[in-house]
Write a protein that binds this ligand. Structure first.
Ligand SMILES: [Zn+2]
Length: 328
């Protein structure tokens, strides 16, 4: 497989191999960012994280994927009285300590966009995590000390990315709080953040709208490369929402709210996307629903569940929307 040359960085992870190459535009963006961004900083408390100051009161924390996929964004939004931590990454390295250092030990509201290992394995560093209510069953399955096992081979060596196993912050029980669509978090004063359920990538996938700063934190439902619509899974009682149709329905509602936010911050790769990206996504989803066979290209992909056939529809100015036959 074609591979990307690793971007040099003094953080403590080192890529061994990847599952799919990163597309050129994302790669170029990340390379320029990681090599040249004026605010890039690595804190002693967590040598696995690159920290970028993206606004006066917004930090982006970049950690390298431990599973051979795209590197992961965690965001810290600082309000007048509280801060919000959006996603928790793989949980290797002290994320809690880092968040405390960035916020000056403010009370922290920890939230998840969705229940995938690269976004939620650090949850156990905290006492309570909020998510959309349809994510609760999936997060409960991940609430155990074995969530990191799949990153190692039978000899205990990391498969995809080199890191020190001792830097996994030991598992501790935590509370999962499911919230309905539209739930409002207050960071103090008039600084409110709304949970917006968007489905698609996973049934319980949601975004977080910082209403004060007019920013949308979009998780894996907006990515500048491939957005994967998960498809129904037998083990997910809300599986019918991991579809292109459910995604289109929710994104169409979001498209009617473009006057409430200016920029979009995804869970991977390019951030500060302009809000009209939502319109392009609705357009692409509508085209798939109108004729699922009218895709732009098809590929076979190796998943933990076996080999799948994945169809891609181009999204104007962004990347692709990817789906399987049963995910429309
Ligand atoms: Zn995901």
């Amino acid at each position: 497989m074609r591979n990307n040359i690793p971007i040099p960085s003094p953080i403590k992870t080192k890529k061994i191999k990847v599952r799919e190459p990163i597309d050129e535009r994302c790669w170029a963006f990340m390379k320029a960012l990681r090599e040249r961004h004026a605010t890039k900083r690595i804190y002693e408390v967590n040598p696995y994280a690159e920290v970028y100051r993206l606004r006066e009161n917004l930090y982006g924390i970049l950690t390298e994927s431990l599973g051979g996929m795209g590197d992961v964004w965690t965001y810290v939004v600082i309000g007048p009285e509280k801060a919000m931590l959006i996603d928790t990454g793989y949980g290797v390295g002290d994320l809690k300590g880092l968040a405390n250092e960035l916020t000056g030990h403010m009370p922290l509201i920890v939230v998840n966009t969705h229940a995938h290992g690269d976004h939620a394995s650090g949850n156990c560093q905290f006492d309570r995590v909020y998510c959309h209510e349809y994510s609760v069953p999936q997060l409960e399955k991940m609430r155990n000390p074995h969530i990191w096992d799949h990153l190692f081979d039978e000899h205990g060596k990391p498969i995809w990315t080199e890191f020190d196993r001792n830097d996994i912050v030991p598992f501790h029980e935590y509370e999962i709080v499911g919230c309905p669509d539209g739930y409002i978090f207050s960071l103090g004063g008039d600084h409110e953040v709304e949970l917006i359920w968007t489905a698609g990538h996973m049934a319980g996938h949601c975004m977080f709208l910082d209403k004060k700063d007019r920013l949308l934190f979009a998780g894996d439902d907006v990515i500048s490369m491939r957005i994967s619509i998960g498809g129904p899974r037998a083990d997910d009682p809300y599986g019918q929402y991991a579809t292109v149709t459910a995604y289109r329905d929710q994104m169409a509602k979001l498209a009617a709210r473009l006057d409430e936010f200016d920029y979009v911050f995804p869970g991977h790769f390019v951030f500060d996307l302009e809000n009209d990206v939502i319109l392009a996504l609705v357009e692409a989803a509508n085209a798939i629903i109108a004729n699922p066979k009218d895709y732009d290209f098809v590929e076979t992909a190796e998943m933990s569940t076996g080999t799948i056939t994945r169809y891609h529809k181009f999204v104007r100015g962004l990347g692709t929307l990817a789906y399987t036959e049963n995910a429309v």
